[in-house]
Design a binder for this molecule. Structure first.
Ligand code: ADP
Ligand code: MG
Length: 339
């Protein structure tokens, strides 16, 4: 007798949720990325109790067509890629069509969305992957997504959640990096009603740096812009005299997405070599532009890690360009530390 069968969609979604939805911050990341992909200019995030109680992401983007609302929660349902070839030139943040089904499998979701500004919208409610409501409901254009009681039906996962403060820390970090990657979008973050972040969305990266790290940090930044045939770098690096006690102030952005790259981090630290006191780190926000074919984002479920085709060339270029900027500035050292 045959023993192998294909798992039903419900279980498959719960399994996928284990990879995509690690903690409340993963939900924030996925929902905010969807809002960005929808062309939003204003994205408001509010969370309660470190996101464990509720996460709400409201945007003014394209909205979802009424007939697409249910489909959006199917596995591998996406509007962002069509053919296999698209995978090699991804320009959106999402493309796997896994976030919504995964989130909906392990929480209570309500969605209100409208794709036009004619007041006609659609409301969806899903609990633990089961559709409860799908009906017309008045709404302005955009999407309002609420996720309540994350992991309510996966107690093992819930048990692994850290304190509210720790979960909030991850959420803030996600929001900071995303805001740094998108200075043209206005972001707000509220926790239990208190405002933790507000960016203006006027395209000024220094304003975003000031909103996150403070005005004295913003004043310590030096602009970097450089271009070679393959790569373009732009952003800000802190003067060597202005240092931090940890590496968290390093944000590297590729294709509109904050990424982690040990190779890039090492190149950055080489550029600062001998200019920084021991165990001190820079504050730095650098955006890398390259042809989508030179970077593979399809190597990590949360797309945090990427693979570069010409990595050694990129690392060398980064190190040299940062070094140039720093050397031009380090003639009159003015020691100062982060308060
Ligand atoms: P992906 O982002 O990989 O396409 P998701 O599961 O995150 O997959 O979302 C599924 C689809 O739902 C998206 O492709 C998009 O068409 C739609 N969608 C989700 N969130 C939004 C939003 N905030 N605004 C407009 N469309 C959205
Ligand atoms: Mg998505």
């Amino acid at each position: 007798m045959a023993k192998i069968h294909v798992l039903d969609e419900h279980i498959a979604n719960q399994i996928a949720a284990g990879e995509v939805v690690e903690r409340p911050a993963s939900v924030v990341k996925e929902l905010v990325e969807n809002a960005i992909d929808a062309g939003s200019t204003v994205i408001e995030v509010s969370v309660e109790e470190g996101g464990l109680q509720s996460i709400r992401v409201k945007d003014n983007g394209s909205g979802i067509e009424p007939d697409d609302c249910e489909t959006a929660f199917y596995r591998h349902a996406t509007s962002k890629i069509v053919t296999g070839r698209d995978l090699f030139q991804i320009t959106s943040l999402g493309f796997r069509g896994e976030a919504l089904p995964s989130i909906a499998a392990v929480s209570k979701v309500s969605l209100l969305t409208a794709s036009k500004d004619d007041g006609v919208g659609r409301k969806i409610e899903i609990e633990g992957g089961n559709l409860r409501i799908n009906e017309d409901s008045p709404s302005g254009q955009g999407t309002d997504f609420a996720v309540r009681e994350l992991f309510f039906n996966t107690p093992a996962r819930l048990k692994y959640m850290k304190s509210i403060q720790t979960e909030l820390g991850h959420i803030s970090d996600t929001m900071y990096r995303t805001a740094l990657a998108h200075p043209g979008i206005s972001f707000t973050l509220h926790h239990n009603g208190n405002q933790l972040l507000r960016t203006l969305g006027n395209g000024d990266l220094l304003q975003v740096i000031a909103a996150i790290y403070g005005t004295s940090a913003a004043k310590a930044m030096l602009p970097v812009t450089a271009e070679d045939p393959d790569f373009k770098i732009s952003g800000f690096v802190s003067r060597p005299e202005w240092t931090r006690s940890n590496r968290n102030g390093v944000t590297t952005i590729v294709g509109g997405r904050h990424i982690r790259s040990n190779g890039l981090n090492a190149a950055i630290m080489r550029a600062y070599h001998t200019l920084l006191p021991i165990n001190r780190y820079p504050l730095l926000v650098l955006k890398f532009d390259m042809h989508p074919s030179l970077v593979d984002v399809n190597v990590h479920p949360a797309k945090l890690e990427v693979r570069f085709s010409k990595e050694n060339e990129l690392y060398k270029f980064v190190e040299e360009e940062i070094r140039k900027v720093l050397m031009g500035q380090s003639l009159i050292p003015r020691p100062s530390k982060e308060p």
